[in-house]
Design a protein around this ligand. Structure first.
Ligand SMILES: [Ca+2]
Ligand SMILES: [Ca+2]
Ligand SMILES: [Ca+2]
Length: 298
């Protein structure tokens, strides 16, 4: 037998594995012979999963002493999951009326209407309204369901009171290399929506028409020299694959069932087993699988 193939079907980590767990080599058994087990092939990664969403505001008179307002709060965190064909907002972009209404008065209806149009077009999945923080500093928790067809999330909330300032994230992808990310944390900077020219928290309304581009104002008055506003944290709640070798339940654990499910998928030439995406089922896919298996769950 060629040394490379011998190494493939009896790699060093699997020799250790079989010493600890089995008295036979499952890769050898299943690759050399036809599959002994006919376990159902699980989807490589779940199509839809749930995340805990946390908004932690640190914005206070201590962190942001410059002209800090007396009733610091945040409007409802709103937004959507959507495709990469559309944008809810982005720095350098022009605020929609929905972003303008959110940033100036903390109202949700106009942005909801815009997201509903995207949903009708097939470019967005859900509108989120996760509640606000009535007195900052403070915290707000919620759960969101995301799915692979609408992988991006954009969320916003008004810094209140303010002329047209807000915090948010845009086009976040919770999937990395086809795997749901366990935890993501985003520091929050203040943005100016470019729809009102007021310069202080309590400036009177001064509409800008036409709108100017959305801008990060972390280094402008009254935020100069202050730390982040707070952070958003997304934590995976659902049981989900930890790597592309995590083919089968139990997820977040790599064991014999993953090997068996991969080999079933490989011999059935299921697209899930084409790990290098080249349309062929050969040594390279098995090699990628074994490498990911030996790396274990992060
Ligand atoms: Ca402004
Ligand atoms: Ca597993
Ligand atoms: Ca391949």
């Amino acid at each position: 037998m060629p040394p490379l193939f011998e190494e493939l079907i009896n790699p060093p980590f699997m020799r250790d594995y079989q010493m600890k767990h089995f008295h036979f080599n499952p890769i050898r058994s299943l690759l050399v012979s036809t599959a002994i087990f006919a376990l159902p092939t699980s989807a490589l990664a779940q199509d839809s999963v749930e995340y805990q969403f946390e908004f932690i505001s640190e914005w206070s008179a201590q962190t942001h002493p410059t002209s800090f307002p007396s009733n610091p709060h945040f409007s409802s965190v709103i937004g959507a999951t959507h495709t990469d064909s559309v944008s809810i907002w982005e720095p350098g972009g022009i605020a929609t009326h929905g972003i303008e209404r959110m940033a100036e008065s903390g109202t949700n209806g106009t942005l909801l209407g815009e997201v509903n149009i995207l949903i009708d077009q097939g470019n967005a999945d859900q509108f989120f309204n996760m509640g606000g923080i009535p007195l900052s500093p403070g915290q707000r928790n919620s759960t969101i369901t995301v799915n692979t067809d609408f992988p991006l999330i954009s969320l916003v909330s008004m810094i209140a009171p303010s002329p047209d300032w807000f915090i948010g994230v845009h086009d976040i992808n919770l999937r990395e290399d086809g795997i749901w990310v366990r935890e993501l944390v985003f520091d929050l900077d203040p943005y100016d929506s470019g729809t009102d020219s007021g310069t202080n928290y309590t400036s009177i309304n001064a509409d800008i028409n036409p709108h100017i581009p959305i801008e990060n104002i972390a280094n402008q008055f009254p935020f100069t020299g202050s730390p982040r506003i707070g952070f958003f944290r997304f934590t995976l709640i659902s049981d989900a694959a930890c790597s592309f070798a995590d083919f089968a339940e139990p997820y977040n654990e790599l064991n014999f069932f993953d090997v068996s499910a991969f080999l079933s998928a490989f011999s059935a030439q299921s697209i899930d087993a084409d790990l290098n995406d080249d349309g062929e089922f050969n040594f390279f896919d098995v090699s990628d699988f074994l490498t990911a298996l030996s790396e274990g769950c992060p």
